[in-house]
Write a protein that binds this ligand. Sequence first.
Ligand SMILES: C[S@@+](CC[C@H](N)C(=O)[O-])C[C@H]1O[C@@H](n2cnc3c(N)ncnc32)[C@H](O)[C@@H]1O
Length: 295
Amino acid sequence: MTDTLRDEVRRHCARAALDVLQPGGCRGDSPAAAAPGEPVFGAALYDPADLAPLPADAVAASLGCGNPTAMADLRPGETVLDLGSGGGIDVLLAAERVGPTGTAYGLDMTAEMLALARRNAAAAGAANARFLEGQIEAIPLPDASVDVVISNCVINLSTAKARVFAEVARVLRPGGRLSVSDVVADDDLSPAERGERGDHVGCIAGALSFGEYAAGLAAAGLERVELLPTQRAVDGMYSVVVRARRPAAPGERDPRNAARAAAAEARRARAAARALPRDGVVALGDGPAPGACCG
Ligand SMILES: C[S@@+](CC[C@H](N)C(=O)[O-])C[C@H]1O[C@@H](n2cnc3c(N)ncnc32)[C@H](O)[C@@H]1O
């Protein structure tokens, strides 16, 4: 990641965290919720019953474009890692699902977000939630130490995505799963055209296409790649649940078959995305719902 772009993301995210941490902040007393017909983002993407036990500040700080724990099939005792954990909403939900015998780690590079997340975990009494400072391109955890990697609208912010995918493959145990929400672009949108639709900190300009996402995960050694478009974001770009798995045994996976399967999945996902209804749009960055993502 270039230092300039990373610093810009950190600055925007620090401001979003301070808006919640400081009394009178613009988001601190107004958990995101969408009225019928309004754009959907952040906390409005979750089941209200799941959010009810969480501290209000964890809900107010939600900056995601999906609900990754809902699709991760988390089980008691598992170790979960959230890449770019922000105010901690998905770590707290994961901590609840893996229970006291499991652990939910959040990794974030922004000190203000980590302070907010730790405060939220203390308020929730989540003794099995831990927050680590660092970058998703260099995960500060040992090899094969994580059962499930989750993330919510963060991988698009990295300018070293191949590095992120390699790190995911490294920290996952054999048979471990990836389940992330992210913004993904149509394959025929060039990087410049993505940049015309929104900025980098708004989670638009840095988005991969379906083909790039699937190929990147396959190249990192992951298999069973699934791209499940859930909602439209901006013209030609979508909120997508991305799932994959580290092979359970070495030699189980043929790289050529994996690349072919990933390409076929990208084509299927693109067709599914184009068939999505035009309402229920996720608003990100400079859209009509300011504060979504870190833009
Ligand atoms: C759009 S917010 C999403 C936060 C959280 N996942 C959520 O759903 O509310 C992006 C978060 O990722 C963090 N982040 C962005 N790029 C990162 C990187 N390269 N390494 C670590 N954290 C990063 C930011 O500090 C911020 O907290």
